[in-house]
Design a binder for this molecule. Sequence first.
Ligand SMILES: *Cc1c(COP(=O)(O)O)cnc(C)c1O
Length: 375
Amino acid sequence: MGDEFTPSALAAGPVLELAPYLPGKPLADLEREYGIVDAIKLASNENPYKLPESVQAAVIDGLNDLQLYPDGAGFELRAALAQQLGVPAAGITLGNGSNDILVLLAETFLTPQVNAVYDQYSFVVYRLAVQATGATARIASSRPRDHEQPLSHDLDAMLALVDRDTRLVFIANPNNPTGTWVDRDNLYRFLQKLPGHVIAVIDEAYHEYARGNDFPDACEWLGEFPNLVVTRTFSKAYGLAGLRVGYGLSSPAIASLLNRVRQPFNVNILGQRAALAALDEQAWVTRCCMESCAERSRLGNGLANIGIASLPSRGNFLLAEVPDAAAVNEFLLQQGVIVRPVANYGLENYLRISIGSPPENDRCLRALAAFAATR
Ligand SMILES: *Cc1c(COP(=O)(O)O)cnc(C)c1O
């Protein structure tokens, strides 16, 4: 009695080492804090275009069934994905966003005795998922700024970190926050060299934006590499970030392990219905991606015109190089434009700008030009 209660003394060790995920600033927060209306958010790589009627109708129809648990096995959605991707449904694991799949992989394969490998500037969720298990993170240096693919994954450096105790290697393709990518030949050679006791997790959250002959579709190699897992999401090109639906593709043997750890009802009813409807809207998805890619070039050129370099990107975002990123970010917030500071990635001199609609991108460029004019 009377002793002070200190929950941190009770927490599992690795939890104390975690830094919480920093999301893009919500629009409502900015408007409340700065007394602004009509702010725009280019901070979370969301699809800026309006969803097809069919997807909205599927969600509205789902409202009739909210008293029911969702189908825990996601039968219909997995069947539709299997058909579309030409993979067995038994190798598909649905997730509450693909973030869920990344965490399931860590929970399934990592312990404090083993390690996982990822790149220095890769998606921060790898670090969070690995650290939470108490496993060791072995972090590969990215290519240098003056490389022809600046800040991209160095696959040889990653392979060099693999040892007997490595269980997972994460590769985001394209990577967030850099926008960099690994081409088909290099990724294939990497998978060939990776020892069989290591699972390669190829995170294809931005796959739909990155089409091109040189660009791999790692799904094609699932039959060849039983230690391959590909993760995809409905949050980006499919425009369903708010509903949280992603999936992992793997051998049925890996899927059955993930399924033991997975929460039974991890994907909600509205998410399952919307994702199913969105799969039937391929023409819309393709159009969104084409428009975002065209806007990505336009935004990149607009940035260059005001003296801001950005990295080559195959995602729906650009990593812009601004020496005074914190000041630029603050100025943009005052102008009602939310972008993403990436200092938490160790990228203090950069801001990540999601590709918005044409008027949103124009507004971002105008705000950046206004900042340049203050200097
Ligand atoms: C956005 C993103 C994800 C996953 O997002 P979910 O909404 O959880 O599907 C996964 N990987 C990368 C690299 C991302 O940028």
